[in-house]
Design a binder for this molecule. Sequence first.
Ligand SMILES: [Zn+2]
Length: 328
Amino acid sequence: MEISSVLQGGYQHPLSRSWQAKRTLTKSMLMYPIFITDDPDAHVEIPSLPGQARWGVNKIEEFLGPLVKKGLKSVILFGVPLKCEKDGKGTPADDPSGPVILAVKKIRELFPSVYIACDVCLCEYTSHGHCGILHADGTINSVPSAARIAEVALSYAQAGAHCVAPSDMMDGRIKAIKTALIGAGLGNKCTLMSYSAKFASSLYGPFRDAAGSAPSFGDRKCYQLPPTAKGLARRAIQRDVNEGADIIMVKPALPYLDIIADAAQIASDHPLACYQVSGEYAMVVAGARAGVYDLRTMAFETVESMIRAGCTLILTYFTPQFLDWLDE
Ligand SMILES: [Zn+2]
């Protein structure tokens, strides 16, 4: 055998196998997506998202307390308004008594060490269920959409969020949010994480059950990226870097590892996040339940593929389990 053919000597031991990774998963790389609803005492399981629930503000201590003890470092909040009056511009999104703003204040008070990101979008709060403000003909009206999203982001930052994360994919919203944060004296106090390359995916179904955010007509294909769109994703990432994003995100993760790898090149000086979305999580859980693989092994394999592609931050519903698994 040629000398250059022999590789196995380099990874024959569990420790030397571990040295083959450029970067390995740690607890600080995990951000846990949580659903906060407007019934303060709610704890409602979400059947399509096994193990996840919608929580009321009064239940946050019982929900997050044990996870913080295990080393939970960060969460991203999604508001699930079930009782509010929705309208064309998503007025309840920044209601000071709405679930997101109340939850930010509650988590800051209960768990000062936890880093709080807020998803920013209008679709949970608009009567039409779209992520922006619409023209009369139902198409997106970009300028007021970006302005309204910036208002909502600013209100979350003012409530104490460490990070605002617009998921709407409206043109111009990163610049609008960054400008609003700077104007309010929060430019140096709040991180702007952009869902830069967010694809129109079939993997969002369980999330829409959880958040009640399906559009009432049409779909989101005029703002979310086509799954085939590699070049467009690269342009969107570059645009958001230019407009002032502090962190770039790719969503979903597993079917878009090439886009993550591209983002790691294009935004090489930025932290890079990916969102292992609801359908990816449900798929991994369903496969394990069907006996296709071991849950823990597969969960690690998926997340490690994202890290290998270049991610430094993973939004995943597996966070509670990883906090246990990483201790073992
Ligand atoms: Zn939305």
